[in-house]
Write a protein that binds this ligand. Structure first.
Ligand code: GAL
Length: 853
């Protein structure tokens, strides 16, 4: 078998990137159509590799960099949903500023020379609050979401038309010379259609027709929809879509959501999808005739403010995507997929125009070969066995196929890529802590130590009550999601006999709630904080409490933690208290459920706009901020952290609440831990079908410790950091943390195939045949030292490499000579470079860890 080297991958890929650039000239219109093979753009069939980047999950200052990194990673399309509830704040009251500047985002995509898929929805799911639908619409009489009724259809059509008109005005559709080549209506409605009866069916058809009537000049898609009418393309979402066939024989095979990782809820573990499996799924999709593929997400980003859906979706929407939450390429995922995209693009002509032949190579092994009349030939060899490697014969040559892998042969002969052989570098990423620096100057213009100002909420009703009622009302119907918080309070009397309990036993407050979380105060003291979790939101709890003879005041702070995002009739799922009893008194239970309860929506601090840093007269300057004090607002004026690395706010010493910088909403923080008893793995076997709980880490650890603050939110000094802490934390321990790729690693074995478009042109020359370890430090840094280098049989992974039985003692000097003081370097696994006589019979590897500085 002939394997070509991976060495010049990047330079080659750059050349390739130019080739796959979109071929529209900005401003002049071009046609977009499709046939059963692919999208046809300006008369040419195209392979489309798309990257989801949701514009409000980052900030405008990050957009050009994110889009560029997606392009460098081999994508030629950017995809985003449109987030209705971020845009239509109340009926007819539209917002398109800052990170909701959709036009600016689409134009940034255009400037990068990429195409755009706009998934208008406007229902989107997306782990986004209320699935993207404005909460006010739930309260427009007669509205039922996502089925056949006038108010829903009226508002949905109105918003869709608004967005379409906005895009048209700005000439952003391909038919006008813009980047948008596809638009989506609805989202995965097929799953729920039946639950809405006949109305569901009518609504699905209406949605498609309404979309078509918008006359946008490019095709519409509907994902996971099995009854799309003519002219609307149905597409697939899932971890794998190679088996998918569109309903219409005239439509191409499209994969709108390939999940390269997964989202998290507060209190869950950290799911990982191995890149070998992502690459396998993508390669299988193209092997089986797919031609439009989108990573959901390519950059997940951040659920700023209260945009996270739920309940309990974390503020981070990192998604273990190829670009991490902070905007850095995630290695090796980004790199391995970049090489995959390069390999697939080399097959574009044959894949899109060739005749396909399927061949069985073994019980679980197959080849798909695409040949066209110009002599182009591309082959994909797959081993679907999830345990055993295989050696197969194809066109008189022998190929080794690792279990659960696909090899790509752009000339039907040379393996340029195998999905299970990761040659891309890995990286060591740290969160480097930095103390908060005060921005306050003393009279002699020295910086003063950090000064905290505080504002303490009193548990219970502030100001005038909103209303009194016997029993409980639904939390969401009451707040209408204008805030997470709702005070629900009452009081009752006891005489001393009631609380003369034996054996020191204590009375308990027994609460039942539909969700999502609660802080229970009795006589102003916090007694307990029960909550539901990401799978079961209703909760009940029995909280031991202290009571006194006479009047006892109960103040319950009921909370939502993000509204439901999807599901049949999801907008009717409520939240809030359903029962409260005092149990364990001497001779009786007091059922408070039937008492009169006094309600107050939101917190006083929210009412005073304290999060903007406003309300100077309310803040109190303290020498030492109170610690472990519930319901406390903290404010400090801080300088930006040094350097230019992305910033996370380390909230490990805080308990639960909200944070802002300069009035910008960082989001909910809650370093809630997952259970030690959850299923976590030390090593993830990429082989076999992936499920979100297959390869989790972080059991017993906080789901989210750091909270992204975009650099562009900082001013040169005097930044107002505001924290609202619900349970009581230690603000003196809050730190900024700089996200730094401090080191890069490469681990490449002698039998690694090489994706190198540069060497691809002279693929048959022997010099192109050796694999290489390639290292690349982040911009403006260089390789300052080599921490580890071993050619032979090194063990371990990036960050923990160790020497194996076999080791060439010259490795370090060879690597240092090639790499020190360079930003990038590449070391070929040749005999000139390395010599390991004793283990020449085994397949040897080169492992390197370099420090970037
Ligand atoms: C899909 C949905 C997306 C997102 C995804 C999971 O079902 O269409 O919006 O929620 O699941 O991240």
């Amino acid at each position: 078998m002939r394997i070509i080297s991976i060495l010049e991958a990047y330079s080659v890929f750059l050349a390739l990137a130019l080739l796959i650039q979109v071929n529209y000239v900005k401003g002049s219109n071009y046609s977009v159509s499709y046939d059963s093979r692919s999208m046809i753009i300006n008369g040419q069939r195209k392979l489309l590799i798309s990257a989801s980047i949701h514009y409000p999950r980052s900030v405008p200052a990050m957009w050009p960099g994110l889009i560029q990194l997606a392009k460098e990673g081999g994508a030629n399309v950017i995809e985003s949903y449109v987030f209705w509830n971020g845009h239509e704040l109340s009926p007819n009251n539209y917002y398109f500023e800052k990170r909701y500047d959709l036009v600016k985002f689409v134009k940034t995509v255009q400037q990068a020379g990429m195409y755009m898929i706009l998934r208008i929805g406007p229902f989107v799911a997306a782990e986004w609050n209320f699935g993207g639908v404005p909460v006010w619409l739930h309260y427009v009489p007669g509205t039922v979401f996502r089925t056949d009724n006038e108010p829903w259809k009226y508002y949905m059509q109105k918003f869709t038309t608004y967005i379409v008109n906005l895009m048209k005005q700005e000439k952003l559709f391909a038919s006008q010379g813009g980047p948008i080549i596809l638009a989506q209506i609805e989202n995965e409605y097929g799953y729920y259609e039946a639950s809405y009866g006949d109305g569901g069916k009518r609504y699905a058809q209406w949605s498609a027709k309404m979309a078509l009537s918008q006359d946008i000049g490019v095709p519409w898609i509907m994902c996971q929809q099995w009854d799309t009418p003519d002219h609307v393309i149905n597409t697939c979402n899932g971890f794998y879509c190679d088996d998918f066939t569109p309903i219409s024989a005239k439509s191409p095979k499209m994969w709108t959501e390939d999940w390269p990782g997964w989202f998290q809820t507060f209190g869950s573990t950290n799911p990982h999808r191995p890149v070998e499996d992502v690459a396998y799924a993508v390669a299988r999709f193209f092997q089986k005739g797919g031609s439009v593929h989108n990573y959901y997400m390519y950059h997940g980003g951040t659920n700023f403010g209260r945009t996270a859906g739920g309940p309990f979706i974390t503020t981070s929407y990192d998604y273990e995507a190829p670009i991490d939450e902070y905007g850095l390429a995630r290695f090796p995922k980004w790199g391995h997929l970049k090489e995959l995209h390069g390999a697939i693009m080399l097959c574009e002509k044959a894949l899109l125009n060739g005749k396909k032949t399927n061949m069985t190579l073994g019980p679980m092994q197959e080849a798909d070969v695409y040949t066209d009349s110009y002599g182009d030939c591309a082959a994909f060899l797959a081993n679907m066995d999830n345990k055993t490697d295989s050696v197969v014969k194809f066109r008189n040559m022998t190929y080794h196929l690792p279990a659960w892998s696909v090899s790509i042969l752009p000339d039907c002969k040379n393996v340029i890529y195998n999905s299970a052989k990761v040659g891309s570098q890995a990286s060591v990423v740290d969160m480097v802590p930095e103390e908060l620096q005060s921005s306050v100057l003393s009279p002699n213009r020295d910086l003063k130590p950090l000064q905290w100002e505080v504002f303490m909420e009193t548990p219970g009703i502030w100001g005038e009550p909103d209303f009194n009622i016997t029993g409980f009302v639904d939390h969401i119907n009451t707040t209408k999601d204008t805030t997470d918080y709702l005070w629900v309070t009452t009081s009752f009397y006891l005489d001393s006999n009631d609380i003369l309990l034996e054996n020191n036993s204590r009375p308990v407050l027994a609460v039942k709630s539909k969700g999502h979380a609660l802080h229970a105060f009795v006589n102003q003291q916090l007694q307990g904080s029960p909550s539901g979790n990401g799978t079961i939101f209703p909760f009940k709890a029995e909280i031991p409490i202290s009571l006194k003879p006479g009047k006892n005041e109960i103040a319950l702070l009921s909370m939502t933690v993000g509204l439901q995002t999807a599901g049949p009739q999801y907008e009717w799922i409520g939240a809030g208290l359903t029962s409260v009893e005092i149990k364990g008194l001497k001779n009786r239970t007091v059922d408070l459920t039937k008492f009169t309860w006094i309600y107050k929506i939101g917190l006083l601090g929210e009412h005073l706009n304290l999060y903007k840093g406003d309300g100077n007269e309310h803040w109190i300057l303290v020498t030492e901020p109170p610690k472990r004090q519930p319901l406390t607002w903290y404010k400090a004026l801080v300088d930006p952290p040094s350097g230019d690395e992305p910033i996370g706010l380390d909230m490990i010493h805080m308990r639960k609440g909200l944070a802002w910088l300069n009035g910008e909403e960082i989001g909910r923080y809650w370093p809630r831990k997952s259970s030690k008893h959850d299923a976590c793995v030390d090593h993830c076997d990429y082989r076999g079908k992936f499920m979100p709980n297959k390869c989790s880490t972080g059991c017993g650890e906080p789901t989210q410790r750091w909270y992204h603050i975009p650099r562009s939110w900082f001013k040169p000094s005097g930044n107002v950091l505001v924290i609202f802490e619900e349970k009581g934390g230690d603000p003196t321990q809050i730190r900024f943390s700089k996200r730094k790729a401090s080191g890069v690693c490469s681990l490449v074995s002698e039998d690694h195939p090489s994706v190198s478009v540069a060497s691809w042109t002279n693929v048959n020359e022997p010099s192109a045949q050796k694999p290489a370890a390639t290292l690349s430090c982040p911009a403006s840094t260089r390789i300052s030292s080599i921490k580890f280098a071993s050619f032979g049989t090194p063990l371990g992974a990036c960050g923990s490499f160790s020497k194996g039985d076999c080791h060439d003692p010259n490795t370090l000097s060879v690597v240092e000579k090639t790499c020190l003081n360079r930003r990038e370097c590449s070391i070929k696994l040749t005999e000139e470079n390395f010599n390991v006589g004793s283990c020449s019979s085994t397949v040897r590897r080169l492992a390197v860890e370099a420090v970037c500085g």
